[in-house]
Design a protein around this ligand. Structure first.
Ligand code: UT7
Length: 333
């Protein structure tokens, strides 16, 4: 789908993020599997990532992020009427992470559900919350994106282990009087879905019991897919919104691999300094990736009122999605 925003303006009015304390370096990984800091940095740009403590689950990481987002927006949890959590690693399949979060936050009035769209989940969730607000069904939405991918990695498989990390982010969406979302482009291609899969995680039985419960990835195929859709999705959305690529102030791609991201800026013609890069510190945090990058952009002063922000995610499904946003300075900032 592709759509240009019409009707009331809706924007992010609060942003919060949280990562686990434990830093896991490439050198430490090299003591677990046959890899090296040099290989990981050259092929991915990743230097370290955060790993959840054994007792930490997704909602433990998402809760501080959600609280920070609400505080920045000056919104009380009881006034949130929509909570969507994009994740592939909820605490458990049900109760959903979003229902648990709504309870912990004290948001009994919120419709709450989890959304599965791989690493693109956060962008999908933004579009859903946006649509609910524009339709007048809800007033204040909390969109959470986060994952504890370390729980679903095979810690003996170097081809996936080195890529991922844990982290979460949250944003509040509300009506605003200026700026806001300009449009969304979202897509999926299940035909390529098995290039990135989690066997044994649903109702499909697998022959290979050993493979169950761990991420399986055909890295080269996902790489080709990622380089293609980061460009095509962003370009399609810019065209739909009649926005020239030169007008994009802040580019926030999914942080999977710096080579994929560099390819995208080059093809799109976005100056590299406009791209947010934190894959070196966090690895690929799936649905946490884009909000974590937004928080970095905010921290270094790049997200000021009126700045045009282009976000593009891609991941399991296979899925992709872009959102274009004219940044609105959060109320309490
Ligand atoms: O959110 C979306 C999630 N996934 C992605 O975005 C991942 C997309 N794919 C990629 O980022 C890249 O394909 C990888 C980083 C996964 C791999 O990089 P590559 O340049 O495509 O390497 P490759 O798969 O072609 O492998 C090159 C070599 C292989 O050895 P041989 O067959 O050439 O002898 C691999 O076995 O590197 C080997 N290799 C490793 N060596 C050291 C694979 N993983 C490792 C490792 N350390 N961790």
């Amino acid at each position: 789908m592709i759509g240009r925003a019409q009707g009331p303006r809706v924007s992010i009015t609060g942003l919060g993020v949280h990562v686990p304390d434990r830093v896991l370096t490439n050198d430490e990984l090299a003591t677990l599997v046959d890899t090296s800091d040099e290989w990981i940095v050259t092929r991915t740009g990743i230097r370290e990532r955060r790993i959840a403590a054994p007792e930490e689950a997704l909602t433990d990481i998402a809760l501080p992020a959600a609280r920070a987002a609400l505080a920045q927006a000056g919104v009380e949890a009881k006034d949130v009427d929509f909570l969507v959590c994009a994740t592939v690693t909820p605490d458990m399949m049900f109760p959903t992470a979003s229902a648990l979060l709504a309870d912990e936050l004290g948001a009994p009035a919120a419709a709450a559900y989890d959304l599965l769209a791989g690493c693109t989940g956060f962008v999908y969730a933004l579009a859903q919350a946006y649509g609910m607000i524009v339709a007048g069904l809800v007033e204040r939405a909390l969109v959470v994106g986060g994952d504890v991918l370390s729980r679903i990695l095979d810690w003996t498989d170097r081809s996936t282990l080195v890529l991922f990390g844990d982290g979460a982010g949250a944003v509040v969406l509300e009506r605003v009087d200026r700026g806001g979302f300009l449009g969304f482009e979202l897509g999926a291609d299940g035909g390529g879905g098995m290039h990135l899969s989690l066997p044994g995680s649903g109702s499909r039985r697998t022959e290979d019991a050993e493979a169950n419960g761990y991420v399986h990835m055909n890295g080269r195929e996902v790489f080709k897919f990622a380089t293609r859709v980061l460009v095509s999705s962003a370009q399609a959305l810019l065209d739909e919104c009649s926005v020239a690529v030169e007008d994009v102030d802040v580019y926030v791609p999914h942080q999977a691999n710096v080579r994929i991201m560099d390819h995208a800026v080059q093809k799109l013609g976005i100056p590299r300094e406009r791209m947010i890069v934190n894959v070196d510190r966090y690895g690929n945090t799936s649905s946490g990736s884009i909000p974590l990058a937004l928080a970095d952009a905010a921290a270094d002063g790049r997200l000021t009122d009126g700045k045009l922000v282009l976000m593009t995610g891609m991941g399991a499904g296979l899925t992709w999605g872009s959102a274009l946003l004219e940044w609105t300075e959060p109320k309490a900032a």
